[in-house]
Design a protein around this ligand. Structure first.
Ligand code: WT7
Length: 633
């Protein structure tokens, strides 16, 4: 539902209404969907256990709301436009009617393979239409999708398959990304060989047609399995709180955890936020450049837009292929009205050609968005001038895998866009800033830890298979608050500016990476005793990965060892987690209790060697000089 608000006063009114009577506010929005049974209770709020339930007692199927309900009025409207990796290859389009038929065929194929409600299905797919079809097919029959970004390694994929005990993997033969072709099916084979015993079948879409190894006992071709099926499939009726999907994300400690989202609340919130943040109007063409392997792809390529009956675009390629004008070319070609991308892409394109966007007709753009990491002033202004042309407002949207949807954002044409400010919470969202003791900072012009004090429909419910981890990670730091892990400022008019993570999570090109995970990977190298990883400012990536490595023996050939370490990280996580800089050290700075003092390492990595602060509590203060002067490879 689009809120009928036109200016900041009306925004404040709507916001106050949503806080005074959240149940009434959300019930009104939820009533615009198709439910098989209406809910008994709007929200159950317990941030201690935690136990959060929305629209309990309600029954629905999200695909009915994404597809069936639009058929009568929009059956022949384009649901998904697909733009290929190669600029000269024709785009593909699916209408709502065609998409529903494809989803049903795939759903029937999954059923025929024994997939049932509640089964977990892992995806390792490029950006092709079939990933959308198959995700919706899972939702149609109540199976739970767990999409893994196809840039992760076989080890990382295997960890995720095992954690969720997935019954099936859906992949393609190859994945084209810019000039590269990645052997996706090989990675899946390798992952399965690492002991993924739960996997009964691998469904393979022939995308490039290049040769793949075949294991007839478990491999199935999509065209042989799906295409012959009936295009009618009754949706499985789900409880509002049944799981819709799992999506793995990194935290400060341990392996990535499976964030769980459920059917009812996620549906209500993704549509609501999509419509209001992008001010989508019937007939518009909307394009989000994210990969479906991240939450942005789930909520704002697939579910949000389709729930809203929008035309959503999927792009197979990468921003710089064949050149730095590709994004703008695609915007011109499809007359894109809303464009949503990440600061890292903006910075890379800005560096590749300051005036490049001027060559294209971008007059169709009405709203341009940014997501995933803080956007710096220079990039904000370039985006505003060269892409938005001062006409299409920027929405700098703050949210997380765990929040399911955008929580803090300017509203285009309604609230103003102040450079680098995510601005105001969407009505229905109650952020607060806390001091380190958990005391709420009241008033404006304050800085603190960003928490949320009231549930919103698309918040995570648990971390898969480990509820205690969900509690300790998000709800134990401050009693009765959801802790985001971010620090933020509130300006004199109540706008939020996100500063960044305050925990051991780094944001590299908008990809969230846990420093502990990278350390674990580096430590797999037999020559490494221990390592410590921190983030440092990087012009294009936002943050880069800086690794301090202590080796068993003197490193005689640092360049060789560096290459080996990069290979180990690529093997255990994937190329996105490769350190940008490595410094070999004789010692890591430690406290008397044996903890690595990361504060010092961060300062040195940032080049602030003059301001290391108090080092008197170090067990080995003598190592600081060596750290400061150490060589980098
Ligand atoms: C972290 C969440 C949200 C979908 C993509 C990332 C950072 C996200 C912004 C923004 C500053 C941002 C935060 C957050 N972040 N959006 N507009 N301004 N920082 O999802 O991988 O779960 O990462 O990304 O640090 O905690 P994610």
């Amino acid at each position: 539902m689009t809120l009928q608000i036109k200016n900041i006063e009306q925004y404040h009114e709507a916001y106050h209404r949503s806080v005074e009577n959240p149940e009434g506010f959300w019930a009104e929005i939820a009533s615009t969907f198709v439910w098989d049974r209406k809910w008994d209770k709007v929200v159950h709020h317990d941030f201690i256990t935690p136990d959060i339930r929305w629209f309990e007692g309600g029954k629905l199927n999200i695909t009915v709301n994404c597809l069936d309900r639009h058929i009568e009025t929009k059956g022949d409207q384009i649901a998904i436009i697909w733009e290929a990796n190669e600029a000269n290859e024709p785009s593909k389009k699916l209408t709502y009617k065609q998409l529903l038929a494809e989803v049903n065929k795939c759903a029937n194929a999954l059923k025929a393979q024994g997939v049932k409600k509640g089964d977990r299905i892992c995806f390792y797919m490029p950006m092709i239409q079939e990933v959308a079809i198959a995700m919706l097919a899972c939702a149609r029959i109540g199976a739970i999708h767990s999409v893994v970004f196809a840039g992760f390694s076989a080890n990382a994929l295997a960890d995720r398959i095992k954690d969720a005990e997935c019954k099936m993997v859906i992949c393609s033969d190859y994945n084209r990304r810019g000039p590269k072709s990645i052997a996706v099916k090989d990675v899946v084979d390798e992952a399965i060989a690492l002991g993924c015993d739960s996997v009964e079948k691998v469904l393979v879409y022939k995308s490039t047609g290049d040769k793949v190894k075949w294991n007839a006992a478990i491999d199935l071709w999509w065209h042989e399995t799906v295409d012959t099926m009936s295009d009618q499939c009754e949706p499985e009726i789900m409880d509002a709180e049944d799981m819709l999907f799992i999506l793995y994300t990194s935290g400060s400690t341990g392996k990535p955890k499976g964030v769980v989202h459920t059917c009812g609340g996620y549906m209500v919130y993704t549509e609501y936020s999509f419509k209001n943040v992008f001010q989508y109007q019937d007939g518009d063409v909307y394009w989000c450049t994210a990969d479906v392997g991240w939450i942005t792809g789930h909520s704002y390529i697939l579910y949000g837009p389709l729930l809203a009956g929008a035309t959503t675009m999927m792009f197979e390629g990468v921003p710089g292929h064949p050149d730095a004008g590709r994004f703008w070319h695609v915007c011109e070609k499809h007359r894109v009205n809303q464009f949503y991308t990440a600061p890292t892409a903006i910075r890379a394109l800005m560096a590749a050609g300051w005036h490049e966007p001027e060559k294209y007709d971008l007059s169709s753009l009405k709203v341009i968005g940014s997501v995933g990491e803080p956007i710096n002033e220079e990039a904000w202004h370039w985006y505003d001038e060269k892409v938005g042309r001062g006409r299409a407002p920027i929405v700098d949207t703050w949210w997380q895998t765990e929040t399911g949807g955008i929580l803090i954002t300017p509203l285009p044409g309604i609230t103003d866009a102040k450079p680098c400010f995510a601005s105001y919470p969407l009505p229905g969202v109650q952020p607060v800033l806390l001091d380190p003791n958990g005391i709420e900072l009241v008033g404006n012009n304050v800085e603190g830890l960003l928490c949320i004090k009231y549930p919103w429909p698309s918040m995570l419910r648990t971390t898969y298979g480990d509820h205690e981890r969900c509690r300790t990670t998000y709800f134990a730091a401050f009693k009765n608050y959801y802790f985001t892990g971010d620090g933020a400022k509130r300006d004199e008019e109540g706008r939020y500016r996100i500063i960044g993570r305050v925990d051991d999570v780094i944001n590299v090109s908008g990809h969230r990476i846990g420093t502990a995970e990278v350390e674990d990977a580096i430590n797999q190298h037999s020559g490494v005793v221990e390592s410590a990883v921190v983030g440092y400012p990087h012009d294009i990536k936002g943050q880069g990965i800086y690794a301090y490595v202590k080796a068993h023996h003197e490193v005689v050939d640092p360049e060789h060892m560096r290459k080996e370490i990069l290979a180990v990280v690529t093997k255990h996580i994937g190329p996105i987690a490769k350190p940008d800089k490595i410094q070999f050290v004789l010692q890591l700075p430690k406290t008397r209790s044996g903890k690595i003092m990361r504060r010092i390492l961060r300062k040195i990595a940032e080049g602030e060697t003059g301001q290391l602060g108090d080092i008197s509590t170090l067990l080995n203060p003598e190592c600081v000089e060596e750290l400061k002067t150490g060589a980098l490879v």
